[in-house]
Ligand binder design. Sequence first.
Ligand SMILES: [Zn+2]
Length: 247
Amino acid sequence: MGCLALETAQPVNLNASFQGARLRAFASQDRQRHTVRVPIPLGTAEGSDTLFLALQTADGTETTFRAEVRVVGGGYGEERLELQPALLPLADPSLDASEIEQLRTLTSGFSERWYLAEGMMTFPSTTLVSAPYGIRRAFNDGPADRFHIGVDFIGAPGTPFSTSGPGVVVMVETLPIRGQTTVIDHGWGVYSVYAHQNDRVVQPGMEVLAGQIIGTIGASGRTTGSHLHWEVWVDGVPVHPRQWVDG
Ligand SMILES: [Zn+2]
């Protein structure tokens, strides 16, 4: 995810877009300091592209700017997973697509309350990372055509994990691929997703505090073993979760 900060000599309303998508802009109270978030989806081609900015003053005068944004590959690599025969039907790409679409719709929302006062998150588990964000995955003898859009933490079934930050529970559901899944809304278009759970601990509508236990690690859904799969979505795009912990 990229971020663009700009200051203006007078109050303005700012609109921004990149690669055909409208970007969210946050203004200070005096509307002279603005931050634009640029979440870049995995699979975006490397290279430069144009970010469009339109600044409008109180009298309706509009000024447009262009900025070049360079997209650089993460060098994430790929891996091949062996699914048990019973789970092979879950390797169907259309299942990934429909689940992604469900999460995209949910995480395209915007709540006015900002829960991440410090601007950062913490890891939801202190166990080891078994798979990083960004790798391309193949299942059994299929093509490496799926991106791993989260971070995996190892853990025996029933091991508790915590929310990566304060927020509101907006979804607790069993999905075909992610299995038992919890989604936390941290406000301002930032969400975290916890998948393959063994037990549900929270309910939609509950507010959760930093470090609160919100579920236990498991092997529900499409997994090769018990682990926690953690995603962070910004404005409907899954982004690198470590950015929200390490900065
Ligand atoms: Zn995962």
